[in-house]
Design a protein around this ligand. Sequence first.
Ligand code: HEM
Ligand code: HEM
Ligand code: HEM
Ligand SMILES: *[C@@H]1O[C@H](CO)[C@@H](O)[C@H](O)[C@H]1NC(C)=O
Ligand SMILES: *[C@@H]1O[C@H](CO)[C@@H](O)[C@H](O)[C@H]1NC(C)=O
Ligand SMILES: *[C@@H]1O[C@H](CO)[C@@H](O)[C@H](O)[C@H]1NC(C)=O
Ligand SMILES: *[C@@H]1O[C@H](CO)[C@@H](O)[C@H](O)[C@H]1NC(C)=O
Ligand SMILES: *[C@@H]1O[C@H](CO)[C@@H](O)[C@H](O)[C@H]1NC(C)=O
Length: 407
Amino acid sequence: MSSSPLNLTLTLSLLLTFLSPLLTDAHRCSQGFITEMNKINVTQNCRRKALSLGVQFGWNFDQKSRQLDIAFGSRLDTETGWLAWGVNPQGLRMVGTRALIGIRQHNGSLEWDKYNITDDTKRGCRLLPSDDIGLDVRNFSFVYWEGIDYYVVLATIFLPHEYNYSRTNVVWQVGEAVAGRTPLVHSKSLNHFDAAETIDLVSEKVISYSAHNQRRLRTTHGILNIVGWGTLLPVGVIFARYFKKFPMEWEWWFRFHVMCQTAGYILGTIGWIIGIWLGNASKYYCFRTHRILGVLVFTFTTVQMFALRLKPRWSDEYRAYWNMYHHALGYAMLTLISINMFEGIKIMEPNHAWKWAYIGVLGALGVVAISFEIYTWIKFIFVKAPAKTIRESGSIDKNEPRLDGLT
Ligand code: HEM
Ligand code: HEM
Ligand code: HEM
Ligand SMILES: *[C@@H]1O[C@H](CO)[C@@H](O)[C@H](O)[C@H]1NC(C)=O
Ligand SMILES: *[C@@H]1O[C@H](CO)[C@@H](O)[C@H](O)[C@H]1NC(C)=O
Ligand SMILES: *[C@@H]1O[C@H](CO)[C@@H](O)[C@H](O)[C@H]1NC(C)=O
Ligand SMILES: *[C@@H]1O[C@H](CO)[C@@H](O)[C@H](O)[C@H]1NC(C)=O
Ligand SMILES: *[C@@H]1O[C@H](CO)[C@@H](O)[C@H](O)[C@H]1NC(C)=O
């Protein structure tokens, strides 16, 4: 069983190596982008979002005239695509944003227009261009910078007085599908939701970013859940399944099962609470499937933990039923947990480190379980199962002593 601690340290170090570049912000624009911007005289400020969609945003702002020249660029790797930049006087969110959107069509032609993004957009109504988005926009265009393979929204805006230039909510987005002049919905993973920040246009200071405080907590949530629900619980089950009596008898199996399940439950629960907190902290979006499955996992593993107090003795006649129920619920939970892991990992796309780390854990557990399973069958066929039934043997009761006293 030495593979489980090894497995755990491996996972942790894997995660840390993959995540460390994402935990440090690289805010400066790329040299190629800066060179291109200098050609159009946008030279004052430039920011690159390290995590969210790899966009780069350069601008000049003049306090007196309130003239804002922007160059907002991103790669568009799919056949059709759109790139949006906007400001939102109402808050740090999508609804209410006045957006300039550039669209690349199938045939490669580029189009651009102004859009009011409203509640209806979020509900799925067609997003149509508006002549009036409440902004004075001049020299708006959408161009391709061949040298660095970037698509760029260029515009000059005279910022109305309802916008405070020292705390402007800038919102952006990148999407793939389009229908004529209508951009269709963007992906719904976190990096597409972490696409808004309040900045001071003069000093370039970030006043708030929709994801800043949460990055570390998300990582903690993922690791705790993978270690707790995803590793310790299955390891505990492997002990209960293969070391109880057949194919191997080990008198510590029960203590080990309880220890693993309790430790896994505690770590998992801390991770779960962090998840709930994160979900409540993100006001404008939610991940319904992940949340529902998460609540189910927590509820039923809690029920499973009642085994600590409510387990009948081996001599009780309900014991056979209790076993069936504990097995069924236990295996159902392991299934639900691994489904929800992939749901959680989908939220973090396109960061593949999570997927491979968890697949590594699953693979290691799978190899161990399959080996024991094969061993069980070989032993069953060639050595034969013990003649006495487990109940008669009585040795099991001896191996689960302490907790029985509680019931
Ligand atoms: C079985 C294991 C897991 C359980 C029980 C679980 C549970 C939860 C719950 C209940 C929430 C709150 C959702 C909401 O209210 O919107 C949540 C959020 C979240 N989960 Fe998990 N989770 C698990 C695994 C993972 C994994 C493996 C990852 C990724 C590596 C992950 C990433 C996230 C993220 C990023 C959020 C926050 C989303 C936001 O900012 O709103 N989860 N999780
Ligand atoms: C093309 C039509 C669009 C549709 C149908 C659409 C739909 C959605 C939906 C349904 C959500 C919330 C997902 C959830 O709660 O699970 C969302 C979030 C978001 N969208 Fe869009 N969106 C569109 C265009 C845009 C554009 C053009 C921008 C940027 C200018 C944008 C920026 C955002 C941001 C920042 C979020 C994060 C949550 C929030 O701030 O409300 N979206 N979008
Ligand atoms: C969330 C926590 C738990 C899960 C997911 C879980 C899961 C399981 C599973 C799937 C098995 C069947 C293994 C097999 O195939 O033979 C099992 C067996 C067992 N578990 Fe748990 N368990 C948990 C907690 C506990 C606790 C806290 C106790 C005791 C206080 C306990 C006591 C037992 C016993 C006695 C067996 C052996 C049943 C038998 O086959 O006779 N379990 N557990
Ligand atoms: C940029 O500024 C220089 C010097 O002021 C000027 O000669 C040039 O025409 C400007 N270029 C553009 C694209 O406005
Ligand atoms: C490309 O397609 C759009 C409509 O999808 C059309 O308006 C435009 O004229 C086409 N451009 C070229 C160069 O064919
Ligand atoms: C877009 O928003 C502006 C500013 O609030 C408003 O004046 C205008 O009527 C809106 N246009 C449409 C088509 O909703
Ligand atoms: C828009 O572009 C034209 C020609 O390129 C230029 O003369 C004009 O000054 C620009 N307007 C603004 C507001 O930058
Ligand atoms: C704009 O925001 C700054 C910084 O928060 C604040 O000090 C200033 O009073 C605000 N100005 C207006 C006109 O609201």
